[in-house]
Design a protein around this ligand. Structure first.
Ligand SMILES: *Cc1c(COP(=O)(O)O)cnc(C)c1O
Length: 356
């Protein structure tokens, strides 16, 4: 079998969830959209089922997959429903829904539902993606209450720049949220991962940690609470061929790397079709049998090359880590001009296994 593997450490996942609870002193919805950021939504939800206050996903398809797998905890649809035909299913499967737009509010007002809905009413406090404008929020809230179709309303907003500790934008969003929701009863939810880790002043009744659950810091610079996260996914594969080249020889597509001196090149079974970034430059860190090493040459679809010159003990069959405890996926993302979210979500074809 092809040796590319992603091992998921479920004990580390639970530790990270507990850290979110500890830091927030609130209830926490574990955000497991996009197949739990590539970690496997059903496995992640099952591992957290005993302790999680609830889960959050992007759409009803993701929620129904969890219900079908026996997950009974609350599940929030972060973008609510995309069509009115989802409303009966939302009631039937006891899902929680965001309402972020007037058409959704009207649909709830007009719906005939088997039971009232638990709604998270979204405020656009400055990100300008979805949500009611501050001046429209209280009216939307009152219409929902008056509809008789809801069992509770959580007041919700989302931060655009909480991963930038020096940005004043988040304080402005918090102030906008407090002003727009003032006097409206019910619980609140403001914090995503960066805000859970770094913004106690954004206190609320619910936090919504995503990336931090997977043990990855959302910050570009070291941050005290983020130091306590434990990486959950370790992506590895193995060396499948070794060649010794003299100086001046090209390696791989486009001859992006040319040997400067005698070089031992290791070919590893992992490529961009597995989700490893094609834009990883020469010198990108990897770990070869537990020791620091480097990528050389362009990443191809199913293979890539590493420098084994300083790893004489390594050969065919040696394990290479691409991210995990030794190689930070956040660091890799930065070198590839992307974010760890995208690298994790892009993982595919690689065999996943779980450790507890
Ligand atoms: C994805 C998402 C989150 C989680 O964000 P992280 O940065 O991964 O913690 C929280 N809230 C909403 C509305 C989201 O869409």
């Amino acid at each position: 079998m092809r040796p590319a593997r992603a091992v998921i450490d479920l004990a580390a996942l639970r530790q990270n969830y507990r850290l979110a609870l500890e830091l927030s002193d609130a209830r926490a919805l574990a955000v497991i959209k996009a197949d739990a950021y590539g970690h496997g939504a059903v496995a992640v939800a099952s591992a957290l089922a005993k302790e999680a206050d609830g889960f959050a996903v992007a759409c009803i398809e993701e929620a129904l997959e969890l219900r079908a797998a026996g997950i009974r905890a609350p599940i929030l649809l972060l973008e609510g429903f995309f069509g009115v035909d989802e409303l009966p299913l939302i009631a039937e499967h006891d899902l929680w829904t965001v309402i972020h737009a007037d058409w959704q509010l009207q649909a709830v007002e007009r719906a005939t539902l088997a039971r009232p809905l638990q709604v998270w009413l979204k405020l656009d406090s400055g990100m300008h993606r979805v949500g009611f404008f501050p001046q429209d929020y209280a009216a939307a809230y009152r219409r929902l209450l008056a509809s008789g179709k809801v069992s509770g309303i959580v007041k919700l907003t989302h931060f655009a720049r909480a991963d930038e500790p020096d940005s004043p934008a988040t304080a402005t969003q918090i102030a906008t949220f407090r002003a727009a929701t003032e006097g409206l009863p019910g619980p609140t939810s403001l914090r995503n991962s960066p805000a859970t880790l770094g913004l106690p002043q954004a206190a609320g009744d619910w936090v919504r940690p995503g990336l931090m659950l997977y043990g990855v810091s959302p910050f570009a610079t070291p941050q005290a609470a983020a130091e306590r996260l434990q990486p959950v996914m370790t992506l590895t594969s193995r060396v499948i061929a070794v060649r010794e080249l003299p100086a001046g020889e090209p390696v791989g597509y486009g001859a992006r790397f040319v040997t400067a001196g005698p070089t031992r090149v290791g070919v590893v079974a992992l490529g961009y079709a597995d989700g490893y970034p094609r834009h990883a430059p020469n010198g990108t860190p990897v770990a070869i049998e537990g020791r620091p090493g480097q990528l050389i040459g362009r990443v191809s679809m199913d293979m890539l090359t590493v420098d084994l010159t300083d790893h004489p003990q390594a050969g065919v069959g040696s394990e290479v880590e691409f991210w995990g405890r030794q190689v930070s996926v956040a660091d890799l993302a930065e070198r590839c001009d992307t974010i760890p979210y995208q690298l994790l979500c892009n993982l595919k074809r690689v065999a996943r296994s779980y450790r507890d």
